[in-house]
Design a protein around this ligand. Structure first.
Ligand code: C5P
Length: 400
């Protein structure tokens, strides 16, 4: 589920660096709302931030908002985290003392989400006792302060006051938004999308798999600290940042790639819609149509490798394997058979004929069946939340 980050930029020379932070957050599927003080708008234009964030940049407490009835309240309610970066001595002083005389200081008061403050200023200003007292005060109010770095400052002085690397700020945001790091140290491989089987150099057979479920699993696992390998068949989705991404075409290639990577994986999840048939003999040239409407073309199909079954044969002790069973009838019965034949720890069954479940939708309705017979039916939820539920169950299995 994308989180919404409010980024409050104040008037420091480091303001321009925040464009990289916003861009990185956007690439990683965060929604970003930028607020700028008057001072910030002297260093960098709201238009730049509007272009990168894809949303209107808020600068004025009195400006009418098409999005919210009362702008500062509506905005404060929408965000999951407020980051003030760079934070000047001025905004720190206002926030520490309850002054609300511009949009950012007012949103800070209306906001109930966690707050990260990244001070950046001249080192004498930063070290001034009143600024330190204000920062300590904000810390005691629950704000997270990321200390500035030491080094040469834009004003020519040297000392503490430089904005930390964008990567440091980004990581602090991720840690706040995804405090569950229960897959740290685990390697997880997941496949996704549809496989494609060539008929001739132009045509192929594929299915309705879009990759939404598998990509959501990759993203959720990455957010929980796992090292993630995503093996994708055909899909139009962009790989989540920080994930090892392999694209493959047919079931055989997908199978071979996963067998290569299997050994040091702790967790393997089969979310791909793997085709069950491939063409017995792929035509070397494009098949030509005949000139009459009654023409017939008979394609001879043979089976593809059952990837999970092949991986299941090589499953080592402690390796956890999870599959999906997308069914149109006798869902539980069919899922139980697959669970057994593929040597899985549990299977995620769904009836693809139900509204809000299956291919191409953003939601799914699934039932978990585990190898000991345990069964849990989940309500309709987003694919990201289904991914979270799968990972919760895997973490429980690891603990056992
Ligand atoms: O046997 P069936 O295709 O219904 O099983 C579904 C599960 O098995 C899914 O997790 C799918 O990714 C996986 N599968 C596979 N190789 C196949 C067919 C399905 O790994 N050839």
């Amino acid at each position: 589920m994308p989180k919404t980050i409010g980024i409050g930029i104040t008037g420091g020379i480091a303001a321009y660096k925040i464009t990289d932070l916003v861009s990185k957050l956007k690439k990683n599927d965060y929604e970003v709302i930028v607020l700028m003080t008057e001072g910030a708008a002297r260093f960098i234009t709201p238009l730049t931030l509007k272009t990168i964030s894809g949303r209107e940049v808020l600068t004025d407490l009195w400006q009418d908002s098409p999005e919210w009835k009362v702008q500062h309240i509506g905005m404060a309610e929408e965000i999951d985290l407020l980051v003030v970066a760079p934070a000047t001595a001025n905004i720190i002083g206002k926030m520490a003392n309850g002054i609300a005389d511009d949009l950012l200081s007012t949103v800070y008061l209306a906001n109930t989400a966690p707050v990260i403050i990244v001070p950046a200023m001249n080192s004498n200003m930063y070290q001034k006792p009143v600024v330190q007292e204000n920062l300590n005060r904000l810390k005691s109010h629950g704000c997270t302060i990321i200390a500035p770095e030491c080094g040469e400052l834009a004003c020519g002085a040297s000392g503490p006051g430089r904005l930390p690397d964008i990567e440091v700020i980004y990581q602090a945001i991720v840690d706040k938004m995804h405090p569950k790091q229960d897959l740290k140290g685990k390697k997880l491989m997941v496949n996704a999308g549809t496989t494609c089987e060539d008929i001739d150099p132009v045509r192929f057979i594929a299915n309705r798999g879009t990759g939404k479920m598998g990509f959501a699993i990759a993203e959720a696992a990455r957010n929980r600290g796992a090292e993630v390998v995503l093996i994708a068949g055909k899909s139009s989705l962009e790989a989540p940042e920080g994930v090892e991404f392999h694209t493959v075409w047919g079931a055989e290639e997908m199978c071979a790639r996963m067998l290569e990577i299997q050994t040091d994986c702790d967790i393997i999840i089969g979310a791909a819609a793997v085709g069950d048939f491939q063409i017995a003999a792929i035509a070397q040239q494009k098949l030509k149509k005949k000139d009459n409407e009654t023409q017939q073309l008979i394609l001879e199909l043979v089976g593809t490798p059952d990837i999970l079954k092949e991986l299941g044969k090589k499953k080592r002790t402690g390796q956890i394997m999870v599959g999906f069973a997308a069914e149109t009838e006798n869902v539980l019965e069919n899922a139980r058979k697959k669970l057994k034949s593929k040597n899985l720890d549990f299977i995620v069954a769904n009836d693809v004929t139900m509204e809000g479940a299956g291919f191409a939708t953003d939601t799914n309705i699934v039932t978990f069946i585990d190898k000991n017979g345990g069964i849990a039916a989940l309500p309709q939820m987003t694919k990201y939340h289904v991914a979270e539920a799968i990972l919760d169950r895997i973490v429980d299995l690891i603990k056992k």
